[in-house]
Design a protein around this ligand. Structure first.
Ligand code: SF4
Length: 301
């Protein structure tokens, strides 16, 4: 007899708004559920329960044809641009295909849009007949960004979009994302384990631990006044940027537990230096501290 498969909750009981035109950074250790959250927002990952409201409409219940229409407005930028670009297709095909699939524009207009977006992302018409393997990692990510933006979406989920790139290229790609956001009024959900990058690009930041949102706040607040012990420890590892800045590194003990067997109560309690008896048995809920900051921790409940 086979034992029934145990269900692992990669993300559990989280709720947060994403405001039009903002960048919401989502951070946490690898395996904390950030990517699942990002994919769930775009319904690339089917949720077992809950709602995903887009312009007030629950997209988790819309029909597949309605979802196809909505997909144009919701795009994704992936961590590995090489894996996400079809190696057998030219850049021209890669860029015009989304427009064709959505039935937008004439072939000539699609061609024109492809040339235009290549120039906007810092490449040129000359590159359109080339193939993904002929580009550097940074250029491939520019093409991945162009493919997402060519549809003029409302929201883009960027999942670790710069973590595979050299540091010098990372800032160029971040600056490109900021420029595109201004130009096309884009909303970003920016997923990263790199807090330095998240600090640079985000208006608000959500911190995830073992499938739950433990703190969410304005970026400025979270980086100057983190409240959750896990956020404090994560931020203590960000390198200082000014010689006068003083920072004490908080080491988180132990490894991230398996989501298949999460600790009871507050799932961070076995690793938390502030853990109390209540933390072992009762899970804290996200509490509003003020209009910019919410925290899930018994120290504030
Ligand atoms: Fe630490 Fe308790 Fe707060 Fe969890 S609820 S972060 S264990 S103090």
């Amino acid at each position: 007899m086979f034992k029934p498969k145990k269900m692992i909750k990669a993300v559990d009981d989280i709720s947060f708004p994403v405001y039009r035109g903002e960048t919401l950074g989502i951070v946490g250790e690898s395996g904390c559920g950030k990517s699942t959250t990002g994919r769930s927002i775009l319904r690339l990952h089917e949720n077992t329960s809950g709602q995903i409201l887009f312009d007030g409409k629950d997209i988790s219940t819309v029909s597949s044809s309605e979802m196809r229409q909505l997909r144009r407005k919701m795009q994704m930028i992936f961590q590995d641009p090489y894996a996400s670009l079809n190696p057998k297709k030219s850049i021209r095909e890669i860029l015009t295909e989304p427009l064709r699939v959505h039935g937008l524009d004439t072939p000539k207009e699609r061609e024109h849009k492809a040339i235009e977006i290549m120039e906007i992302v810092g490449l040129s018409e000359y590159h359109l007949d080339r193939y993904p393997h002929e580009f550097s990692g940074g250029q491939r990510q520019r093409i991945g960004i162009a493919r997402a933006v060519i549809l003029r979406p409302d929201i883009i989920v960027a999942d670790e979009p710069v973590s595979a790139l050299d540091v010098s290229i990372q800032s160029q790609v971040i600056n490109l994302l900021l420029q595109l956001q201004k130009e096309f009024h884009l909303t970003y959900v920016f997923i990263s384990h790199d807090l330095g990058v998240v600090q640079h690009i985000s208006d608000r930041v959500g911190v995830m631990y073992l499938g739950k949102l433990v703190e969410i706040a304005d970026a400025q607040h979270i980086f100057t006044n983190p409240m959750h012990p896990y956020t404090k420890a994560l931020l203590s590892a960000v390198p200082i940027t000014h010689p006068d800045e003083k920072k004490e590194r908080i080491i988180i003990k132990g490894d991230l537990p398996s989501p298949a067997n999460p600790p009871s109560g507050c799932t961070f309690h076995p690793r938390c230096a502030n853990a109390m008896e209540i933390c072992k048995t009762q899970a804290p809920t996200l509490q509003i501290i003020d209009e910019t900051q919410s925290v899930a921790c018994h120290l504030f409940q």
